[in-house]
Design a protein around this ligand. Structure first.
Ligand SMILES: Nc1nc2c(ncn2[C@@H]2O[C@H](COP(=O)(O)OP(=O)(O)OP(=O)(O)O)[C@@H](O)[C@H]2O)c(=O)[nH]1
Ligand SMILES: [Mg+2]
Length: 304
């Protein structure tokens, strides 16, 4: 069961697991009784991981039901069953947007969440598995943005469509999808500049980028938000705004390695209803992983 892949996810979630596992151990050390104090402390431990009140209430309810039916006889049995319930909360039927080919994916999000890095990692992964990839450098604001994407592209050996700094990002999107219509790559990824979800002008600009890409692209166009897991509840607020403006197809949850509140992934799926399509557990090319509910839950709870 301990594949290298699982080990990396598990390492990435160390901070979150240390926190949650520590709290669960405190609860377990008090004894096997399933009294009110047990259920309250379990709830608090889960809410403290940013799992979100809605999901926590449902999970604890189900565990209580099982305990009443004597399926879970004591505290240890309940805690052992927790990972399974958590996995259930984040399981969705949504298809993997990066696996359908051909596809064009517009990558959006607030400043510094990891968009360009994620585009680089995705390009690396796709190229390695023999897919053809085309990148569009849609961040025309930041001086170093094009160079940053170029470095990833060069390493992955994939072409990039770009324009001069200050150009209209919708023009870059146009150039990219029209090139894709001719070259027909399996995967086209368009990076965009970071922007605050509270800025109407910048959100309108992004809608224009999306409109033009959708109008011109022969391949279906999907929109993926890159969300920084360390921003917690604020990240959820960002996601709601981006979803309202662009109707998101998926979320890449980055920097899970940088937070003790990795339960935020549960809140993303349950409260936003948007599937998590990848998780970022580090800065390297190999640190972007598929989101597998069972593995994630085991890595978060740390037991079994
Ligand atoms: N620890 C960790 N760092 C990450 C992860 N993903 C990205 N980063 C780092 O986050 C920082 C910002 O990443 P960028 O890819 O430049 O973020 P961005 O969203 O493109 O930023 P802007 O274009 O300025 O909005 C970089 O230092 C990345 O290495 C991750 O999963 N874990
Ligand atoms: Mg960027």
């Amino acid at each position: 069961m301990t594949t290298p892949w699982y080990r990396r996810i598990s390492e990435g979630l160390t901070k979150s697991r240390d926190r949650l596992e520590g709290q669960l151990n405190v609860i377990l050390n008090r004894g096997p009784e399933l009294d009110e104090e047990f259920w309250e402390d379990l709830e608090d431990a889960l809410i403290g991981s940013d799992i979100g009140v809605t999901a926590v209430t449902e999970i604890v309810e189900r565990l209580r039901d099982s305990a009443t039916r004597k399926a879970l006889p004591d505290a240890a049995a309940v805690v052992d069953h927790l990972a399974e319930e958590l996995a259930r909360e984040v399981t969705t039927e949504a298809p993997d947007v990066f696996e359908t080919a051909p596809v064009t994916v517009l990558v959006v999000g607030v400043n510094g969440t990891g968009k360009t890095t994620t585009v680089g990692k995705l390009a690396t992964e796709a190229a390695r598995t023999g897919k053809s990839v085309l990148l569009g450098s849609g961040d025309t604001y930041r001086a170093a943005a094009v160079e940053q994407l170029d470095i990833w592209a060069e390493r992955a050996g994939v072409p990039v469509i770009r324009r001069e700094r200050g150009a209209d990002p919708a023009a870059v999107a146009y150039d990219t999808v029209t090139a894709a219509n001719v070259q027909r790559p399996d995967l086209t990824l368009i990076d965009t500049a970071g922007r605050l979800h509270t800025s109407p002008d910048l959100m309108r600009e992004l809608q224009k980028v999306h409109r033009i890409a959708t109008r011109e692209s022969a391949a279906p166009v999907k929109v993926v938000l890159v969300m920084d897991a360390t921003t917690g509840q604020n990240g959820l607020a960002q996601a709601r705004e981006f979803d309202a403006a662009l109707d998101l197809d998926g979320i890449v949850l980055t920097k899970l390695d940088g937070t003790a509140k990795g339960g935020i992934a549960v809140a993303v799926v349950r409260e936003l209803g948007i599937p998590i399509v990848r998780i970022g557990v580090g800065e390297g090319a190999d640190d972007l992983k598929p989101f597998v509910p069972g593995e994630y839950a085991r890595a978060l709870v740390g037991r079994g």
